[in-house]
Design a protein around this ligand. Structure first.
Ligand SMILES: *Cc1c(COP(=O)(O)O)cnc(C)c1O
Length: 454
């Protein structure tokens, strides 16, 4: 009988983050200035981010040291456990071997503190007094509140209004860690007032909340901004997950054939998959890495690869990414963390180059998968995480049909303890399917006014 749980010691927490940009056959295209549309250098980001994070954003060094102070905070919950999903395998009656890496053991219940702690640390080093940010489902806001509290920095969170209403307890968690939380759009910023003038009942979106948080940081000298996904440095910080996972798989005497993770902006997907992609790029292995996204916000499977803004109002640099257009407001599905119009630059380039894959799932299918997982394995996954479980279940069923055994690694990036209202909705049969039409997608994409990328 093989072990159910594969653990590492504190000493095995990685000492460096892995920067996949070093190994990419095609490097990411440069960001463009939102006004002039000329390539911008790192100095353009200086009003928003501390210098060290800007350096990390543009570096092509393969390995970046994790500061001792950051590793020390990581020790509160890292290394995170990996499990063999014997229960799920049995329930699916599949020859596949299924493993999952569980990030729900962090203080805020997801992978987000891996980067929040690093970002708060570098801001503290450079004397920043306050950090603003946006949050969708509340997971990023909670993680940053925890990290800011640890390093004695003020934290101001713009929370997407629909989530603020659906998840009041995430707000309480942020308040407990000392943060101020606003329901976005607010009347505190130009960006928020502009949206409210157009639509007083706007449910908000991540893009709108980003506009508000960026504006606050850009207009106050002692305030910086932090992003919980999308950017290169954020994706790099998350690679502690995959670096641990590679060691754990080796300990189990296995290597995955398939790695699956849910996809919002790309940080948890990058975190688990980049260290495995490194093995593909360096050793010619053929580990399939699949990003699972919602059918109602399908930028990877139905979006276009274009320069687009990261926010709704158009204040951020233009980034080359898979996008549904920065004005796209997805349906208010429960996986709030996946309601973002675009994908990170690095993951977008990898998808363009066919080094990774993507798949979309409807939310009803995702909750079916999540409930199945909870019954088989005990852990209640976050609604975002359910997308990866849905992909893994499809792959495990394919193994049964084909009569082959493959090893599947699921990124269980967060627990769903704050999402019980969503589960209640599903269990009482009130959850709706939310697929968008090709016309809606075409209309949103038509509003992008940047030229196609050759
Ligand atoms: C934030 C979040 C996501 C989506 O963001 P990524 O940057 O794509 O990881 C997915 N799952 C959970 C649990 C999250 O908290």
């Amino acid at each position: 009988m093989k072990n159910r749980k594969i653990l590492l010691t504190e000493q095995e927490i990685p000492e460096k983050w892995y920067n996949i940009v070093h190994d990419m056959p095609n490097k990411p295209l440069p960001p463009l200035h939102p006004g002039t549309r000329e390539p911008i250098g790192p100095e353009a980001l200086a009003p928003l981010f501390p210098m060290e994070l800007i350096k990390q954003e543009v570096t092509t060094e393969k390995w970046v040291d994790i500061p001792e102070e950051v590793r020390d905070v990581y020790k509160l919950w890292r290394p995170t456990p990996m499990y063999r999903a014997f229960g799920l395998e049995a329930l699916l009656d599949t020859p596949a071997k299924i493993y999952y890496k569980y990030e729900g053991v962090s203080p805020s219940g997801s992978h987000k503190p891996n980067t929040a702690v690093a970002q708060a640390y570098y801001n503290k080093q450079e004397g920043v007094k306050r950090i603003t940010t946006e949050t969708g489902a509340g997971q990023w806001g909670s993680a940053l509140s925890f990290a800011c509290q640890h390093f004695g920095i003020e934290c101001e969170v713009y929370m997407v209004k629909i989530s603020y209403q659906q998840k009041p307890y995430r707000k309480v968690l942020m308040n407990t860690w000392g943060a101020t939380v606003h329901a976005s759009p607010t009347d505190l910023t130009e960006a928020g007032r502009k949206i409210l003038a157009q639509d007083p009942d706007s449910p908000g979106s991540l893009g709108i909340a980003i506009s508000e948080a960026v504006e606050r940081a850009a207009t106050d000298e002692n305030t910086k901004y932090a992003l919980g996904s999308v950017l290169n440095h954020v994706l790099m910080h998350q690679t502690v997950i995959g670096l641990e996972a590679v060691k754990q798989m080796e300990k189990a005497g296995e290597m995955p054939d398939i790695v699956v993770a849910p996809f919002g902006g790309g940080s948890n997907f990058a975190g688990i998959s980049f260290p495995f992609l490194r093995l593909n790029l360096e050793e010619g292995r053929n580990i399939r890495c699949i990003a699972a996204e919602p059918a109602s916000c399908p930028k990877l499977t139905r979006g276009v690869f274009r320069y687009d803004f990261g926010d709704t109002v158009g204040m951020t640099p233009l980034l080359p990414m898979y996008t549904l257009g920065h004005t796209f407001v997805p349906a208010p599905i429960h996986a709030g963390g996946l309601r973002y119009h675009g994908a990170g630059v690095v993951v977008s380039q990898l998808l363009k180059d066919k080094l990774i894959e993507a798949r979309a799932h409807d939310q009803v299918e995702c909750f079916e998968a999540g409930v199945l997982f909870a019954r088989a394995e005990g852990i209640l996954p976050a609604p975002e995480t359910n997308h990866a479980i849905a992909t893994a279940i499809q792959e495990a069923r394919k193994c049964r049909e084909e009569g082959v055994s493959r090893t599947i690694l699921i990124h269980l990036c967060g627990h769903g303890h704050f999402d019980l209202a969503a589960y209640e909705n599903y269990l009482s049969g009130n959850l709706e399917k939310h697929e968008i039409t090709s016309e809606e997608i075409a209309a949103a994409i038509a509003r992008i006014d940047t030229p196609a990328i050759r």
